[in-house]
Design a protein around this ligand. Structure first.
Ligand SMILES: [Zn+2]
Length: 299
């Protein structure tokens, strides 16, 4: 299991998310201790998201060597060197318009520009590798994203830095609580032009196939619970598959549990077991720490 960790450059102490009770944004100084506590519970991997102090149209803080993620990686590696560090590679948390790359005039109005955005993703990935990330996880669903990042990492000598591609990412309504958490809502449009429609299984498999050919080390299906059929199909491509149990899935379980309508532990464990059954090799979940504790109790 892997735990998504939000590092907030503007925070002085851990801040609660109103849409995700039990989850926090951590100040940069708090990342090392937070990950150490997680490691003590038996969780060996974290997926980092950054909330920068400054946003601009070019997302220039995203590849700053002293940026929030780069600093967070160094602190985690200094405090809990055994924990695998995965970094989200995208720019939507760093752009003032909230889109996952560089925006320009397209045939149907303002839209994401694929090629200039690819250059940006390569630059972000290399800066994360330089800081010590074990895996970079590009999440923007741009065409050619994995190939460009693999090339850029190899060119800089980071042959051992792996790529977990958000290869099959649906345009889902389940990301709402995350956007509040990461401050990555958008000013116009949505992401449906570059994420997969929930009803489109063939495209979902093809997108993962392309990323596998481009050199991804691990593929990903996001969200998790509604899409486990795709986990099983994509697992057959031969690469390990990660499943991301997203913020909306967490929020639904948490809200029902807080109202006493379901048994939180049993529902969470069932959701994780079912992701395993579908073929997940890695489960990214906001419940990582609690689930590890529950597993421990059972032994
Ligand atoms: Zn993004």
């Amino acid at each position: 299991m892997s735990w998504p960790l939000f590092i907030d450059e503007t925070a002085d102490c851990p801040t609660r998310f109103s849409t995700m009770p039990g989850q926090f944004r951590y100040p940069t100084s708090g990342t090392g201790p937070a990950v150490l506590r997680l490691q003590e519970k038996g969780i060996g991997a974290v997926l980092l998201f950054g909330i920068p102090a400054r946003k601009d149209p070019e997302a220039s803080e995203s590849y700053n060597p002293e940026g929030v993620i780069q600093e967070g990686v160094r602190r985690i590696k200094a405090t809990a060197p055994g924990v695998l560090v995965i970094t989200d590679v995208c720019s939507c948390e760093y752009t003032d318009h909230g889109h996952c790359g560089i925006i320009g005039e397209g045939p149907c109005g303002m839209d994401l520009q694929n090629d200039p955005s690819l250059e940006l993703m390569a630059r972000i990935a290399v800066s994360h590798a330089q800081a010590g990330a074990d895996f970079v996880a590009p999440s923007c669903m741009l065409d050619g994203m994995v190939a460009v990042i693999r090339q850029a990492l190899d060119d800089e000598g980071f042959h051992d830095t792996g790529i977990i591609s958000y290869s099959t990412k649906f345009a889902s309504a389940l990301y709402g609580p995350f956007r509040e958490a990461a401050g990555s809502g958008y000013q116009f449009g949505d992401r449906s032009t570059y994420q997969i429609h929930p009803g489109n299984a063939r495209e979902a498999i093809r997108e993962s196939e392309i990323d596998a050919l481009e050199g991804a080390d691990i593929l990903m299906v996001k969200p998790g619970g509604f899409y486990l059929d795709l986990v099983a199909s994509i697992r057959e491509l031969g690469l390990p598959v990660a499943v991301y149990q997203v913020s909306g899935e967490y929020a639904m379980i948490k809200a029902a549990a807080m109202n006493g309508w379901i048994d939180e532990k049993n529902v969470v464990m069932e959701s994780l077991i079912c992701a395993k059954r579908a073929g997940a090799d890695l489960i990214i979940t906001y419940y990582a720490a609690e689930a590890a504790g529950w597993l421990d109790e059972e032994q």
